[in-house]
Design a protein around this ligand. Structure first.
Ligand SMILES: Cc1cc2nc3c(=O)[nH]c(=O)nc-3n(C[C@H](O)[C@H](O)[C@H](O)COP(=O)(O)OP(=O)(O)OC[C@H]3O[C@@H](n4cnc5c(N)ncnc54)[C@H](O)[C@@H]3O)c2cc1C
Length: 451
């Protein structure tokens, strides 16, 4: 039986461990925390996962929370306009329907549950924060060592790939608060949706329904441009202060969302998170001091800012892709050439995520401002854009180059006038303060970082 060592019990490490188990591999999993420590600890993410990634979990029959977690049917975008004496008006506001629902299951719940399932199914769980010296010692004893330790220190085993990493500093400061008591959005009270509020020059506020340890919750997530007016969470350790700051920013910059948040309270003492990190792509093969090789998984090798909500999705896709590469390789040795091929197969998908996310971190060019504005009038545009969260490769077809965007918008306009059956969007009606040309007003800067 082939012996596999996986370091890191997150989305990718656990999914891969559970997947390898079903194929009869002898799997050891190292985690720096117990299941209970994870379950009762601090939130780690907002972890919204879309159709393809959720399907990977279903395929392994580890979608344990699918029935309880809210089904996110839509994704909406709002854009704030320049400040007035009353705060920021809303220039753009629309909602597009997802082809398959998305879900966010608090990683505390999921990782703790998956760790317990892994052990129940006969897996060997070692609770120990692995150091390079441990891996050096252990590498010879396993057929393959996979490092799935997220943004932890073991990442230093893998060289930064400068050509694929345009940023050298964090692009957003992240601040997450899990709450109970958020009222539904008045524009679509019966539809669960992720709401993305863009505030030029300030950052983005994401709001999404989730399942947490105390049941259904909503997540308020500021992605602040570093040094900007929403970058105020550094050094804040008191969860109540964190929530108060979150709400204060909402009241001023996104009053249409604040209106439904006046009665919220934190889900629990671990329900807040703040920090920042630099988006980075690394070489997938790590070389240990003793000469052994280890393969990097998911965030270890491709870290994106959570602005586009892709990290858990990519981690699930990476685990599924590596699982297929491992199983297909049979009894042959997992040498460097195989490791590079396995990563290349994942990167064929992941490169689209990185390209799109890095593009979204920069101030939007004119054609993207036009695209986001047009989605308010053209359901086909909203529909296509929001489904790109599940398959970011589609952005190649219309997002990056102004000519392609113009052609797509022309096609969508023709469809809207000529075809009453055009894809239905979940229109949210006119924005609060329709501008003559919302596109002109909304260019500004998009924003920032997480941690
Ligand atoms: C604020 C925020 C919001 C986010 N929102 C979303 C979203 O909405 N949608 C989305 O898809 N993604 C989102 N992400 C990203 C997503 O959470 C990550 O990309 C994803 O969890 C990465 O999975 P992973 O398996 O690579 O690593 P992780 O999930 O980070 O797991 C790594 C595990 O390894 C453990 N570990 C670290 N070092 C060691 C060691 N030396 N020994 C043993 N164990 C170790 C860690 O404790 C952790 O349990 C968000 C991230 C953040 C920070």
């Amino acid at each position: 039986m082939r012996r596999m060592l996986i370091v890191g019990a997150g989305q990718s490490g656990l999914q891969l461990a559970l997947g390898l188990q079903t194929h009869g591999y002898d799997v050891t999993l190292m985690s720096n925390r117990t299941a209970d420590e994870i379950r009762t600890g601090r939130v780690m993410s907002t972890q919204c996962m879309f159709r393809t990634a959720l399907q990977h979990e279903r395929d392994l029959e580890i979608n344990f929370w699918e029935e309880q977690a809210p089904r996110i049917q839509g994704l909406g975008v709002s854009v704030a306009g320049p400040v007035t004496p009353l705060g920021h008006p809303r220039l753009v506001d629309w909602l597009g329907r997802l082809n398959g629902y998305a879900q966010s299951v608090d990683q505390r719940l999921k990782m703790a549950g998956w760790m317990e399932a892994f052990e129940r199914r006969g897996g060997r769980l070692v609770v120990h924060g692995a150091a390079v010296s441990d891996l050096n010692f252990l590498a010879e004893r396993y057929d393959l060592v996979l490092v799935a330790a997220g943004k932890g220190e073991l990442g230093s085993l893998f060289m930064r790939d400068a050509a694929r990493s345009p940023y050298t500093t964090p692009q957003r400061a992240l601040a997450v608060a899990y709450v109970h008591g958020l009222a539904p959005r008045l524009e679509h009270p019966d539809i669960e949706a992720v709401r993305c509020n863009l505030v030029p020059g300030v950052g983005e506020l994401y709001i999404m329904p989730a399942l947490t340890t105390s049941g259904r919750a909503d997540i308020l997530f500021w992605e602040a441009i570093p040094g900007g007016p929403a970058d105020v969470f550094q050094g804040v350790t008191d969860p109540s202060e964190h929530l108060a700051l979150t709400l204060e920013l909402m009241e001023w910059f996104t009053p249409w969302e604040y209106g439904r948040a006046t009665r919220v309270e934190l889900t629990d003492a671990g329900g807040t998170l703040s920090g920042r990190y630099t988006p980075t792509v690394r070489d997938p093969v790590g070389r240990l001091p003793g000469g052994g090789l280890v393969l990097g998984v998911a965030d270890v090798v491709v870290t994106n800012d959570p602005l586009t909500g892709q990290g858990s999705n990519s981690a699930a896709k990476c685990a599924a892709s590596y699982l297929a590469s491992i199983v297909e390789h049979g009894d042959r040795p997992f040498d460097e050439a195989w490791m590079r091929r396995a990563f290349q197969r994942f990167w064929a998908m992941a490169r689209h995520v990185t390209k799109w996310t890095n593009a979204m971190l920069a101030p939007p060019p004119e054609h993207i401002v036009r695209l986001l504005g047009a989605a308010g009038q053209l359901p086909a545009v909203a529909h296509r854009f929001v489904n790109g969260f599940d398959d970011p490769a589609d952005f190649e077809n219309y997002f990056y180059e102004p000519d392609k965007t113009a052609a797509f918008l022309e096609e969508a306009e023709a469809g809207a006038t000529g075809n009453p059956e055009a894809p239905e969007a979940l229109g949210t009606g006119p924005a609060d303060d329709p501008a003559d040309d919302p596109a002109e007003e909304t260019a500004g800067e998009a924003a920032g970082q997480v941690g």
